[in-house]
Every structure is written in C-alpha cells, then in structure tokens.
Ligand binder design. Structure first.
Ligand SMILES: CC(=O)N[C@H]1[C@@H](OP(=O)(O)OP(=O)(O)OC[C@H]2O[C@@H](n3ccc(=O)[nH]c3=O)[C@H](O)[C@@H]2O)O[C@H](CO)[C@@H](O)[C@@H]1O[C@H](C)C(=O)N[C@@H](C)C(=O)N[C@H](CCC(=O)O)C(=O)O
Ligand SMILES: Nc1ncnc2c1ncn2[C@@H]1O[C@H](COP(=O)(O)OP(=O)(O)OP(=O)(O)O)[C@@H](O)[C@H]1O
Ligand SMILES: N[C@H](CCC[C@H](N)C(=O)O)C(=O)O
Ligand SMILES: [Mg+2]
Length: 485
C-alpha cells in the first residue's frame, strides 16, 4: 500500500488536491475488472479499446483514484497526465519499491533465440545453485513456481509485480525475453537491466513495425536502456556476425561484449561439428577455452550457447558450471523437440515461425537426414503477411515435401492464409491440408524409415486459435498419438 500523494510525486508537473493527501492506494490496475477497493485505475488507450471508457466502472468497483489523459466527470479524484502508458511503468516501479534494484536483471532480445537463450542462462544459474526468476514466451517462473503469461514480455504492471515477488523470494537474478513490441510500448520502462543480449535480426512483425528499420530501432531501445548507471556493472552482449549488431552497439553507452564464429569476438566457437545427435565445438572465452559436446542441434544453437555463456560469465558463473550445462542440456520444450517412435522416422516439433528460423532449422535437418525431409508448416493469422510467401518458398527449397497447413489462423480464413503462402510459389513439391492434425497424419503416413518430419511453428503451444476459439492442440501429443495408431 502507498499514499497516492507519494506515487504522484514520481510524475513531473502533476498536482494533487490537498484534500486527497491521505488517500491510500491498495493496488494499481489498468483493467477495470481487476479493480478492488482502494485501487488506482490507470486508463490506457489500447489498440482495441480506450481504457477511459471503463473509468466509471472502475470507480464503481472501488477505485480510490483515476489516472487519465483527460478530465473525467467522476466523483473520484482524477489525475491527468499526457500519456498514461508512459506513466504506468514509472508508478508501478514506485509502487513495488523499485524491485529490479535488488537483483541483476538480464534481458534478451532479437528475432530468434530469445526463449532458447534465456532458458540456457536460467539453467546455468540453477546449476550454480542460485535462485532465479524467468519471464518469457513459455511462462513466468520464480524458482519452480510457474505462472502463465499472455505475452512474451508482459505489461509493466505484471512485470513490476512479478519482480517484487522475485525480490521477496530473494532471487539471485532475473532473466527475461524482451520483445520488440514491449520495447516499442515501453512495457520495460522502470526495469534496471544489468545485461542486455542481442541474438539476431531478421524479418518478422512487419504487421506491427512499419519497416525493418523501425523494428531494429525498437530492439536497440533495450541497449539504450542499459543507461548511464555506473554504480552497477552493465554489459551489452552482441552477436557481431549479425549485420544489425553495428546499430545495436551504437545504442549503448555501456561496455560491449561480442560473440560470434570468428576470433574477432570476445566469445567465439571454432572447430564446429554439426552432428546427427548434437554439436561439438571449441568454446573460447576471454580467459579459457573448453571443448563442448552438446545435445543441442544446429549452428543456431551454437550462437545461443555463446550468448548464454557470455551472459552467465559476466554474472560470475564459473566456466566449469557453464560447460556442464552446455554439455548436458536437453533444450527447451517445443524447440527442436524429438517425438520418440518405433518406426525409425525422425519426428521433430519446433517453434520456427519466421523465414530465418525455418531455413535454419530445415538446413539443420538436411545435414543429418538420410531419407526424405517433410515439413508441416503454416503461418499465424493477424500477423506479418509478408513472411507467408517467404516461408512457403523456404519450405519447398529445403524439404523434399512441404505440407502447408494452419498455424493459429485467429480472425483470418485458414484457406486465405495458405493462399498468401502459395499464390506466387514456383514449386510443386507441396500439398495443402488445412486441418493441422490431418496434415501431420499425411506426413506420418507418407514417410518411411530414415525420413524426418519437421512440424514447425507452434512448438510448446498447447492450443490452436481459430476465430475466437482457443482449442486444445499440442503438436507433440498429436504426433505421438498418430504415430501409435
Ligand atoms: C498489439 C499489442 O501489443 N496489444 C497488447 C495490448 O493490448 P491492447 O492495446 O489491445 O489493449 P486493449 O484491449 O485495447 O485495452 C486497453 C485498456 O483497456 C483496459 N480494459 C479493456 C477491456 C475492459 O473490459 N476493461 C478494461 O479496463 C485494458 O486492460 C487496457 O488497459 O496490451 C495488452 C496488455 O498489456 C497485451 O496483452 C496486448 O498484446 C496482445 C495480446 C498481442 O497479441 N500482442 C502481441 C502482438 C505481442 O505483444 N507480442 C510480443 C512478442 C511476440 C514475439 O516474441 O515474437 C509479446 O511480447 O508477446
Ligand atoms: N539463434 C537462432 N537463430 C535462428 N533461429 C533460431 C535461433 N534460436 C532458435 N531458432 C529457431 O527459432 C525458433 C524459436 O526459437 P526461440 O523460441 O528461442 O525464439 P524466440 O526469439 O523466443 O521466439 P519468439 O519471438 O516467438 O518468442 C526455434 O524453434 C528454432 O527453430
Ligand atoms: N510471439 C509470436 C509467436 C508466433 C507463433 C505462431 N504459432 C503464431 O501464432 O503465429 C507472435 O505472436 O507473433
Ligand atoms: Mg520466445
């Protein structure tokens, strides 16, 4: 609980009538349905609706005060500011006593690899017997306590509340994925990052960002947000093999640590062998070199391991611990996850839903597949349409047969999404099966011993969004069941 007066102090030029001096705020809410007696309701102009429309309902639900962008005809005290979305992270941070001051915070951004890298870093901390908080696409985790999340990077309120719980649990570090949407919308304002990691940039989210330059600019905000706080040691960890790294490096005023596949980088890999059961390479760190024999697959995993190693290294995790994790990790749910079967077919469920990740993962499969490569893939509805033909082309170029199907069609027609994928496709090694289960069935029925089926796009997801409905659907479970039938 906080006095309203003390929260308002954090907002420049805002004044509170002295009659309101004693108002106590029990919680901050931005959804009127969550408002309780004594809440401060913050009206946010969203992409779908305007939160100001719910101010009256929030007041009826017990809101003690309203933060808004315009005067409202209510009996409750209304504090007006220019931009409530901008103010929310600041007061949320104040309400929860600046929780990210209390532990190191690691943020990972980039088009692909955020979940993979954050989970690897988390494993490294755990192997060093340290307590962690983890936030990302799959879930929020404080030690072993799991909370579901709606977004890869939740809104500022959820974030600060979670960080407060982490501080109370005395975590040794928090590790989070930072999406470009979150950076653009300021969801992470109020977070004191110690380490920012850049994995890579390739096409995605052009439904949201007007251009690739805007997308890159959003990503760079994480590095600008490392700030000028020289009381804490801060590092920007950057993949210098990615052409966008130059822009990212220019955004930060903190020391830059690089990783890549050449000795120009501070952390680099050499003598890489991409095998059928993992990768072997020599890992070079500023002080020591070690040989790694990992279960993770593909060159992209080498990059993820370098990124995680550099982050853990600068959090003082011992190299012997890092090495152990790299050698023993089995990866993340739905990321290159094999589905065991007794038919001799390699069935892999993966979360590739961008052109770059699909190409990487198919090329990884090609390297070890002794038979034919099948790929079952679709594209999400209400998402970047321009990646659809690119993904279809990559699928046909890198697989013997592509089966185009539905991902999460959301409000779009599943058939129309697939049409966008194939309309200009100059290939004939594909079939269209709109029903995802039937598409997987077709791949399983057609494949023979030594073939590999990549089921791409949905990874860990246990649902399929069709229209307004969220239906149960789990690629791993469906494939397992069909393989047993
Ligand atoms: C486009 C976008 O980013 N939308 C996000 C945004 O929703 P919105 O602006 O539509 O919110 P809104 O529904 O208009 O509501 C406006 C305000 O009215 C309030 N309200 C609304 C209804 C009501 O009855 N009462 C009420 O008080 C809401 O609580 C809110 O404060 O704010 C919501 C809450 O913070 C987010 O959950 C939501 O993410 C949606 C679900 C989404 O799909 N986002 C995607 C694009 C996204 O952010 N993806 C990235 C990463 C993807 C990746 O990793 O590749 C992510 O971080 O997840
Ligand atoms: N470093 C990488 N470079 C390219 N592709 C990658 C990389 N790491 C993983 N991938 C591919 O991208 C897919 C998604 O990986 P991951 O979930 O780690 O990315 P993400 O950035 O968290 O994605 P999202 O933005 O959806 O949260 C993987 O299933 C794999 O196919
Ligand atoms: N975070 C990504 C996930 C995409 C996953 C894919 N299955 C889809 O639904 O498009 C997004 O929301 O764009
Ligand atoms: Mg992710």
């Amino acid at each position: 609980m906080k006095k309203l007066k003390n929260l308002i102090e954090h907002i420049p030029n805002s004044r509170l009538d002295s009659a309101c001096d004693d108002i106590i705020i029990t919680s901050i809410e931005k959804d009127h349905r969550e408002v309780k007696q004594g809440s401060l309701f913050v009206c946010i102009k969203g992409f779908t609706v305007d939160g100001h429309e719910y101010a009256e309902a929030a007041y009826k639900n017990g809101a003690a005060a309203i933060l808004a962008e315009r005067e409202l005809d209510l009996e409750a005290p209304v504090i007006t500011v220019k931009n409530t979305s901008h103010v929310l992270p600041i007061i949320a941070n104040a309400f929860f006593d600046s929780p990210t001051e209390q532990f190191p915070l690691i943020g990972v951004t980039g088009t692909n690899g955020k979940t993979s890298v954050t989970h690897l870093i988390d494993e490294m901390f755990k192997a060093a017997r340290q307590k962690t908080g983890l936030i990302g696409t799959i879930e929020m985790r404080i030690n072993d306590q799991v909370t579901p999340v709606k977004n890869t990077t939740p809104d500022a309120l959820f974030l600060q509340k979670s960080f407060k719980q982490m501080a109370d649990e005395r975590v040794n570090a928090a590790i989070m994925e930072v999406s470009s949407h979150a950076l653009d919308q300021g969801r992470v304002h109020g977070c004191n990052f110690d380490i920012a990691v850049f994995t890579n940039l390739s096409q995605d989210h052009l439904d949201y960002h007007p251009s690739m330059d805007h997308y890159l600019f959003a990503k760079s905000l994480l590095f600008a947000q490392l700030g000028n706080d020289y009381n804490r040691k801060k590092y920007a960890i950057v993949n210098i093999d990615d052409p966008s790294s130059e822009f990212i490096i220019r955004a930060t005023s903190q020391p830059v640590i690089t990783y890549g596949l050449t000795d120009k980088a501070d952390f680099y890999a050499s003598n890489i062998a991409l095998n059928a059961d993992g990768v072997c390479f020599e890992l070079h760190t500023p002080l020591h070199d070690v040989k790694i024999n990992s279960n993770l697959m593909g060159l992209f995993s080498v990059y993820n391991m370098l990124a995680a190693t550099a982050a853990a290294y600068y959090c003082n995790i011992e190299l012997t611990v890092i090495e152990k994790v790299l050698n023993n990790t089995t990866g993340v749910r739905g990321r290159f996850q094999p589905v065991a079967n007794d038919r001799g077919i390699g069935v892999i469920v993966d979360y590739a839903h961008t052109p770059d990740s699909l190409e990487n993962v198919l090329q990884t499969v090609q390297k070890f597949c002794k038979g034919k490569v099948y790929v079952v893939v679709g594209c999400g509805g209400d998402r970047d349409k321009s990646k659809r033909p690119q993904m279809a082309k990559i699928a046909c170029q890198n697989a013997d047969k592509a089966i185009f199907t539905s991902d999460n069609p959301r409000s779009e027609s599943p058939g129309a999404i697939i049409d966008d994928m194939i309309n200009e496709l100059e290939a004939d090694n594909f079939e269209v099966v709109i029903d995802r289960k039937e598409a997987i069935r077709l791949a399983i029925n057609e494949s023979k011993k030594s073939d590999v089926i990549l089921i791409a796009g949905k990874g860990h997801e246990t649902y399929q969004i069709i229209g307004d409905q969220v239906l149960e659907f789990d690629d791993v479970k469906v494939a397992k069941q069909l393989l047993e039938d």
